[in-house]
Write a protein that binds this ligand. Structure first.
Ligand code: PEP
Length: 247
């Protein structure tokens, strides 16, 4: 069955005291039945947060595509697994833009995560120019195929997809609920064509891109939107909680 998920990506924000305070607030939330909450703090803080809320899990914001060895500054899937992590975000548009990541590399990250039973949250999404030229569905379809279509049926069933139109991330611009739903439905069709509709129906597809308390309800009410990957609004306990309560 599809999971309903609200995931907060803290990016490179907050010092230790601020991070602890926000984590403690979220850990204390009464999370509604059936909702899964994920927090992706800077990796530095992953081992210092003691999760006591059964509906809350931690994620890393990235993982190396290499298994181990001389890769200064990198964190491996094995390391993440050894601290009992559940999720890892991969393919975020900021890593694509600032670190030159492409879907070939991201597919290797996904493989390393899956080999340690970690759940990838795979981010995809088009640029503004792709949408303006009405090429957005093709762009996202290609991303999905390049990053995910080497996976087996069992493996793809473990993936969470986050559709994040790049033009909506951190800009205050949100895809309309209709446009977001259209893309989510398209992603599901693309997956169904390769893996069958049972598998496609059971994959959680999150929306990301300036999702906030004011628009979360409408976005989450769409039939193919299973939750959100939240940036800015996840840095404040009150707004993150409101989003969690938007289902
Ligand atoms: C993100 O970084 O994944 C994101 C969706 O950011 P924001 O909510 O700030 O647009």
């Amino acid at each position: 069955m599809r999971k309903k998920i609200v995931a907060g990506n803290w990016k490179m924000n907050m010092n230790k005291a601020e991070a602890n305070a926000l984590f403690n607030d979220i850990n204390g939330f009464e999370i509604p039945e059936g909702i899964n909450v994920v927090v992706a703090p800077p990796s530095l803080y992953l081992t210092q947060f003691a999760v006591t809320n059964s509906k809350l899990k931690l994620a890393s914001q990235n993982v190396s595509h290499e298994m181990n060895g001389a890769f200064t500054g990198e964190i491996s899937a094995e390391m993440l697994s050894s601290i009992d992590l559940t999720y890892s975000i991969v393919g975020h548009s900021e890593r694509r833009a600032y670190n030159g990541e492409n879907d070939k590399l991201i597919s290797k990250k996904i493989d390393s995560l899956l080999s340690y039973n970690l759940t990838p949250i795979y981010c995809c999404g088009e640029l503004k120019s792709d949408r303006e030229s009405e090429n957005h569905e093709n762009v996202v379809e290609t991303q999905i195929k390049e990053a995910l279509f080497h996976l087996s049926n069992d493996q793809i069933s473990c993936i969470i997809i986050a559709y994040e139109p790049v033009w909506a991330i951190g800009t205050g611009l949100t895809a309309s609920a209709k446009d977001a739903q259209q893309m989510h439905a398209h992603i599901r069709i693309v997956i169904a064509k390769k893996y069958g509709s049972d598998i496609a129906e059971n994959i959680s597809i999150l929306y990301g891109g300036s999702c906030k308390p004011e628009n979360a309800k409408e976005l989450f009410s769409q039939s193919d939107i299973d939750g959100g990957l939240i940036g800015g609004a996840a840095l404040n306990a009150d707004s993150f909680k409101e989003i969690i309560y938007s289902f």
